[in-house]
Write a protein that binds this ligand. Structure first.
Ligand code: NAP
Length: 283
């Protein structure tokens, strides 16, 4: 019985069915998680699918590119997290209301705390590469953990708009926006202790590219976190490790955000060990 699924376009590459179906099996729920690819040229199908959650035909949906913002007008309420981030990745019904939430932010936060060890326990300055959808969730999570955030994007305006919409204070010193190039990054290198890639640069199939500017040294002792998980070792992760830094991919964030969505839909604790093991991580 199909009760859950992923709305997006394209979605065929997604690991979510593997993760969620393994979790559902493990807790003995006879539900199924399915892909719902909806072509943006057929918007009526989009509304129909979301309505299935409203009428109880589906217990919930995940939402991915290009619908994380487009879905908002179809919902009755957003959680505070989704409202601030301005994007939804999880939909469910509660007390007659169709609710949109964003589990990317708490998912990233959990994984960072799991992985970061000592460095992450002393929040200082994080440098976020990119200013798109996932950057919004990551920056929201970092600010919630008292990090100062340098947003480095190829479009400075996009970084500034992101900062303004999340921090909601034009005079904030919690974020600084710079252009993603060697010259602009250089003055910040000595103060940064966490670098996070939220751009798709280095993702399959363009695995030979890195978002880190060529010839720029990495910050000493920084922790490098690449949201990309395909390939499992991106060029950025490889470069950082060669420079003697700890560096991880985004698989942990993927599992954590999926676990949180699972708990919202089913009301049961997510079988995290099972979910980690289906993506090849032994906890
Ligand atoms: P997005 O909304 O399209 O944002 C991508 C950002 O990267 C934009 O700021 C974009 O700038 C910038 N960018 C793209 N190409 C660039 C380049 N060549 N140089 C510099 N900047 C560039 O995408 P997203 O949803 O944030 O996803 C980004 C990546 O994160 C993807 O690889 C995705 O798979 C991964 N992700 C992982 C997880 C996880 O759970 N691990 C969750 C979400 C996303 P422009 O606007 O100028 O193009």
């Amino acid at each position: 019985m199909i009760r859950l699924g992923l709305l997006g376009w394209p979605v065929s590459h997604s690991l979510s069915p593997k993760l969620q179906n393994a979790a559902l099996n493990s807790v003995g729920l006879k539900w199924e998680y399915q892909l719902f690819p909806i072509d943006p040229a057929q918007p009526e199908k989009f509304g129909e699918l979301i309505n299935k959650v409203r009428i109880g035909d589906l217990a919930g949906l995940n939402v991915t590119i290009p619908y994380k913002q487009a879905v908002i007008p179809y919902l009755d309420e957003l959680t505070a997290t989704a409202r601030r981030i301005g994007a939804v990745n999880t939909i469910y019904m509660r007390e007659g209301c169709l609710i949109g939430h964003n589990t990317d932010a708490p998912g990233f936060q959990s994984d960072l705390l799991n992985k970061g060890g000592k460095i992450i326990n002393i929040p200082r300055v994080a440098m976020v590469l990119g200013a798109g959808g996932s950057a919004r969730a990551v920056i929201y999570a970092l600010l919630g953990m008292s990090w100062k955030v340098i947003i480095a994007a190829r479009k400075l305006d996009q970084a500034r708009n992101l900062s303004l919409s999340i921090v909601q204070d034009p005079n904030t010193d919690k974020t600084e926006c710079i252009t993603l190039d060697s010259e602009s990054l250089l003055p910040y290198i000595h103060q940064v202790n966490l670098v996070i890639n939220t751009t798709p640069v280095g993702m399959y199939p363009k695995v030979e590219s890195s978002p880190w500017p060529e010839s720029l040294l990495f910050p000493v002792d920084a922790f490098v976190y690449d949201l990309i998980y395909n390939p499992s070792k991106t060029l950025l992760v490889e470069q950082a490790q060669k420079a003697g830094l700890s560096a991880v991919n985004g698989l942990g964030m993927l599992v954590e955000q999926a676990s949180l969505a699972f708990e919202i839909w089913t009301g049961k604790p997510a079988p995290r060990e099972v979910m980690y093991s289906v993506v090849g991580i032994v906890k």
